[in-house]
Ligand binder design. Structure first.
Ligand code: C2E
Ligand code: MG
Ligand code: MG
Length: 890
């Protein structure tokens, strides 16, 4: 086992060593060839060395070619001709190049006068010589043997070199005197060229010849100092007919073939251009084994090449190259040949995007100028000299420029064809751009419609949605709480602050809105069972969808909210707010129409406004509330039609029963609703503002009544008119009262204004309008007697009595009723009466129904009264009689 192992180890080591040896590069000596040193003088086109150490020139190429055959390596040693000769003699170099050019095609074998001690070898026509020591005949023989072997294989090697290096500058144009004279005598030469083959030869719309041929003709014309006028002619045979008839001097682009020329009675110049032909194939199909070739009938290459290359069965003839292309495109043929120069443009012009060009040159032919064989041979000699003078470089650059010029005239379609990937990127970015723009537009539109929606559904001032939004979103929110709805635990609540219209007018908008927002935010925060809320357009009513909180009834839940919202900070002042609240339990089943649900809770709220109590919707309420709506619908018309009537209730002296005056009280004689007392509509009018015009109506009716009495010469007693608290919010209240005073010019003391004490309460904090004191003083100045109505019901304060100098204190009937029962209240009433009197106010108690009440009041010091006991309110017309009777009595 151990032995075997050692064996393998030895073999592996050997293999490794062998491998390493194989990796070592063979020494240079393995390839070493004998070296011949060549002395040279740097000469462009013959033998020169560039900055990178590379050699160029005819002599260089000829030498390297020979060296290959001799199996030697050449080393080049630069030096002047003298230095070179010295080195040759000293044996430091083996050969020296000599540029003395032989102009004979078959150069002599020896240079006529080689330097002493040297022998010479010619390198070829126009190339130069090699010098070597005449002591080395072996070397000379060796070189000449190699030259011979080369010549037998490529006899034209030297000429090719000559062509390659000499043509770069072109041959010098040396014209004889006779030729110059000919050109002078023929300054304009007429020619024809084929049209429609950009960029090879074509004509612009204004008839100018353009393209490669045109450019070459321009060079010829300018070199010869003549003008060549070129016109187009499509068909080669008619072109030649012009030539034969002597109408033109030459055809510029002629297929260089003497047979073809002979057929057309033409002589040819030497060719000036080689045209390469490439195959045009269809992209979607590989070339079949026996392809059908489309050939242009009139083109000579069809006969010269196609017919020789392909059997007749595979050839199909067409009139033009374009038709051949079209045939391949349409699958009538499989291939055609086109000039490499025009290939791209042919494809683009015809929009043959299913075609492609193989880069391979299939065949080439030369192009020459054709001259009529009748013409002066001088012309063709001159043209030949000129063509020999043209450099190949000039022609190549013309072709490149023309091909580029045609490409730059690309149509969008051809551009796409040529740059498929670039175009794809461009088109996709354009599409992307369009899509992005569309998205942006859509986004903007959505934003815009969102804004519109918001504007229509949102109250910016308080950052709350409006009732329209609430109506729209109610069904989906109810659906979200389907469970609770089925258990009958969803309800709607509408709440508004009492005297809200008044408050709204009272405070500046900003103050009001801010307070409202804070209040709503606070209530929402504390009560997660408030599911969604919105506010009415006038900001007065808050509507809320609620989920019944655990352990609460709907009313209790509402009360909780009312309590929490019971105080709010307005203008840094803690203000008490009471609420009208309407409630509506959303039915547990059945179809829910959001508008109807909202109508129901709104009705409950309206009732609550009237009753000052939280009201839950029920069917009977529905009828009642519909009536209220009806009132609102009828009120304007009623005022216009004089449906509101003035009733008067007398005020009298409790001791003497003398009539001292009267209070005007409104009644509504409605054709639709019947006879209505203020209780049926006054609250509503206070709420909706209609109390204001109604009051003016009452006041002016009384003014006219008093005027009439004055006119009649009757006694005039003061008549009081009730003034709604809303007047204090009215901007032009004092102005209007002034106007009324001015209009009726009633003597002082005819008119009294009853203002409820509560009207002043909120008014106290009002800072934007005249304060209560100013108003009272102004009204007093206008001649009105002022009485404080419903004294002892609201929030009357001693301060008010102190600040507001009013003439009459009207104690509310409620106080009288309480005083009847409670001795304590009696004491209070007694002192109130005293207080009023000591402030020089007349003190009157209203609502006296019984004799006992009358006596009680007298005993408490109150001398004035008003009540059913003495007289009920009566129509204006009856009051005259009443007065007449009573004044008689007294
Ligand atoms: P008010 O100004 O306190 O008027 C007194 C109310 O007490 C009147 O009710 C009157 O008919 C009633 N009354 C008089 N004597 C008795 C009585 O012995 N027993 C009882 N139980 N009531 C008596 P009316 O006419 O129904 O008016 C109610 C309220 O409507 C008025 O209270 C007043 O605040 C308001 N009002 C009436 N007319 C007008 C008006 O033209 N403008 C304004 N703004 N309010 C008015
Ligand atoms: Mg009154
Ligand atoms: Mg009253």
């Amino acid at each position: 086992m151990g032995h075997a192992k050692r064996w393998y180890c030895h073999i592996a080591t050997l293999l490794l060593v062998f491998g390493l040896i194989m990796l070592i590069p063979p020494t240079a000596s393995a390839y070493e060839r004998p070296v011949l040193r060549v002395g040279y003088t740097n000469t462009i086109n013959y033998l020169s060395r560039d900055e990178y150490g590379f050699y160029h020139g005819m002599t260089y190429e000829a030498l390297e070619n020979i060296a290959t055959y001799m199996g030697v390596t050449l080393e080049y040693v630069p030096g002047t001709p003298a230095e070179n000769l010295l080195r040759l003699h000293s044996g430091a170099i083996d050969l020296v190049t000599c540029e003395e050019v032989s102009q004979n095609l078959l150069p002599p074998t020896e240079l006529t006068a080689p330097p002493a001690g040297t022998a010479s070898i010619p390198l070829g026509y126009g190339i130069g010589w090699l010098l070597l020591s005449d002591q080395r005949p072996d070397l000379k023989a060796n070189i000449q043997a190699s030259q011979q072997s080369l010549n037998s294989i490529i006899p034209l090697f030297g000429l090719h070199l000559l062509e390659k290096y000499q043509e770069q500058g072109g041959a010098a144009l040396e014209l004889t005197a006779k030729e110059k004279a000919y050109l002078k005598a023929h300054p304009v030469i007429r020619a024809m060229a084929s049209p429609g083959q950009p960029p090879y030869t074509f004509f612009t719309e204004d008839g100018t010849h353009q393209g490669v041929i045109a450019d070459i003709m321009n060079i010829i014309a300018s070199d010869l100092g003549i003008t060549i006028e070129i016109s187009p002619e499509t068909d080669q045979s008619s072109m030649m007919a012009h030539l034969t008839r002597g109408e033109i001097d030459l055809v510029t682009d002629f297929y260089s073939d003497y047979n073809w020329a002979r057929q057309h009675n033409a002589d040819l110049t030497i060719p000036y251009l080689t045209l390469n032909y490439v195959a045009v194939l269809r992209k979607d199909q590989s070339l079949p084994e026996k392809p059908i070739i489309a050939c242009p009938r009139s083109h000579f290459y069809t006969h010269d090449y196609m017919e020789k290359m392909y059997p007749a069965s595979q050839l199909q003839y067409y009139d033009t190259v374009a038709e051949c292309m079209s045939a391949v495109n349409n699958r009538q043929a499989d291939m055609t040949l086109v000039k490499a120069i025009t290939a791209q443009s042919d494809i683009h012009q015809g929009n043959y995007y299913n075609l492609y060009i193989t880069g391979n040159i299939v065949f080439s032919h030369d192009v020459a100028i054709a001259v009529s064989n009748q013409a002066d041979p001088m012309l063709i000699h001159i043209l030949n000299k000129e063509i020999a003078h043209l450099s190949q470089q000039q022609i190549s650059s013309i072709i490149n420029r023309q091909i580029y010029a045609v490409q730059s005239k690309d149509t969008l379609q051809s551009l796409i064809y040529r740059n498929p990937i670039g175009s794809l990127v461009l088109i996709s970015s354009l599409l992307l751009g369009i899509i992005l723009t569309l998205l942006l537009v859509m986004q903007l539109r959505r934003k815009h419609s969102e804004e519109l929606y918001r504007e229509a559904h949102y109250l910016k001032e308080v950052n709350m949605y409006n009732t329209r939004w609430f109506t729209q979103n109610l069904p989906s929110t109810i659906a979200k709480y389907e469970e609770q709805q089925k258990q009958g635990k969803l309800f709607l609540m509408v709440m508004s602050a009492q005297r809200i219209a008044f408050m709204h007018e009272l405070y500046s908008r900003q103050v009001f809105n801010k307070a409202l927002q804070e209040l709503v935010a606070r209530v929402r925060r504390n009560n997660p069972w408030l599911l969604m809320d919105a506010i009415s357009g006038d900001f007065f009513k808050l509507i809320v969808l609620c989920r019944l909180p655990e352990g609460f009834t709907m009313e209790q839940a509402a009360q909780k909210i009312a309590n929490e919202a019971g105080t709010c900070v307005i203008n840094d002042m803690l203000t008490t707010v009471r609420y009208h609240i309407g409630l509506y339990a959303i039915p547990a089943s059945g179809q829910l129409v959001p508008e109807r649900l909202i109508d129901c809770v709104m009705l409950a709220h309206m009732e609550s406004v009237a009753s000052h109590e939280t009201t839950t919707y029920n069917e009977s309420l529905h009828d009642e509330l519909l009536k209220q709506k009806q009132l609102e619908n009828l009120m304007d018309k009623a005022l216009q039609n004089g449906e509101f009537q003035v009733y008067l209730q007398p005020k009298y002296d409790l001791q003497t029963y003398e009539v001292l005056g009267a209070e005007a009280l409104v009644r509504w004689q409605s054709p639709e609703l019947g006879f209505l007392a203020p209780a049926a509509f006054m609250d509503l009018f206070e709420h909706n503002g209609f109390a204001i015009p109604l009051d003016y109506y009452m006041l002016e009716t009384i003014c006219r009544y008093q005027q009439e009495r004055i006119a009649k010469g009757a006694t005039v007693l003061p008549i009081s008119v009730n003034q709604s608290g809303l007047h204090f919010t009215e901007e032009n209240y004092l102005k209007r009262m002034q106007a009324i005073a001015d209009t009726y010019q009633l003597p002082q003391g005819c008119l009294e204004l009853e203002i409820t004490e509560t009207a002043f309460i909120d008014y106290q904090s009002h800072d934007t309008r005249d304060d209560a004191e100013t108003i009272i003083n102004r009204l007093s100045q206008l001649g009105f007697i002022l009485s404080m109505d419903d004294f002892c019901t609201g929030y009357s304060s001693i301060a008010m009595l102190q600040n507001l100098p009013m003439d009459v204190m009207k104690i509310d009937r409620q106080m009288l009723l309480t005083a009847e029962k409670s001795p304590r209240a009696r004491t209070i009433l007694h002192h109130i009466v005293k207080l009023g009197q000591s402030l020089h106010m007349k003190v009157l108690t209203e609502g006296i129904e019984t004799k006992q009440q009358e006596e009680l009041l007298l005993s408490l010091g109150c001398r004035l009264g008003q009540g059913f006991l003495f007289a009920e309110p009566m129509p204006l017309e009856e009051f005259d009689d009443f007065l007449a009777r009573h004044t008689q009595k007294s």
